[in-house]
Ligand binder design. Structure first.
Ligand code: ATP
Ligand code: MG
Length: 194
């Protein structure tokens, strides 16, 4: 197994080993670290995710957004384009289905999606990160493909990408590939990077 795959496996198992009570404490700490941020307070449309595989839980943050009248979006696997994400509004009333990874996602209804570049802010999960903003995901290249437009053209900056993680997912330095899209910031239960 190559180094990248081995690291992914190791950190995935580490985050899965967190107890429900540790997960709950981390989710509350994440809420505290996110809610006062300028970028979060300014954003009107924010993409988040439902936790899976031991990922840090942004649900308290989703509820805060609903309370503040912000629009919450969840990623949905693109039905045709390989390994790409669509973003669909998520409210308490949204009908949900399970995707091919058994992750709950909003049922796709025509005309309800938002383009990735039109979001104000994207909070995304990750497997590992380093303090420079490099990200390793689950290995599908979904976020990398979806946000590949960032940095390609001038004026196509797109939304800031904030990686959410447990502090235990930090490594000193990640091996980066040419297609990896760097994160603007990483926010954990302990602090923000850089
Ligand atoms: N913009 C792109 N165009 C085409 N292929 C891509 C692109 N970005 C990534 N890939 C492919 O996706 C595969 C997985 O990439 P990588 O290992 O970086 O996934 P990841 O960042 O861990 O996953 P994810 O983004 O879903 O969290 C790689 O084999 C890579 O070739
Ligand atoms: Mg990648």
């Amino acid at each position: 197994m190559d180094k990248r795959k081995q690291l992914r496996k190791q950190i995935r198992s580490l985050r899965r080993s967190l107890t429900p009570s540790q997960q709950n404490t981390a989710a509350q700490a994440l809420l505290r670290n996110m809610r006062t941020r300028q970028d979060f307070r300014r954003a009107k449309s924010i993409a988040m995710y439902l936790p899976n595989d031991g990922e840090i839980d942004p649900t308290p943050l989703i509820k805060l957004c609903w309370k503040l009248g912000k629009e919450v979006y969840l990623p949905v696997l693109h039905p045709i384009l390989h390994n790409r994400l669509w973003f669909v509004p998520y409210t308490q009333k949204t009908p949900m289905v399970r995707n091919i990874y058994s992750i709950r996602e909003p049922k796709l209804e025509p005309g309800r999606r938002k383009a990735a570049w039109a979001l104000d802010l994207v909070l995304l999960p990750l497997v590992a990160f380093d303090p420079k903003g490099n990200r390793m995901g689950m290995g599908g290249g979904y976020y990398d493909r979806t946000f590949a437009f960032k940095g390609l053209k001038k004026g196509m900056r797109g939304p800031d990408l904030i990686g959410l993680a447990h502090e235990i997912q930090r490594v000193e330095e990640l091996p980066v590939e040419g297609w990896d899209i760097p994160l603007t910031t990483i926010v954990t239960d302990a602090k923000s990077y850089p």
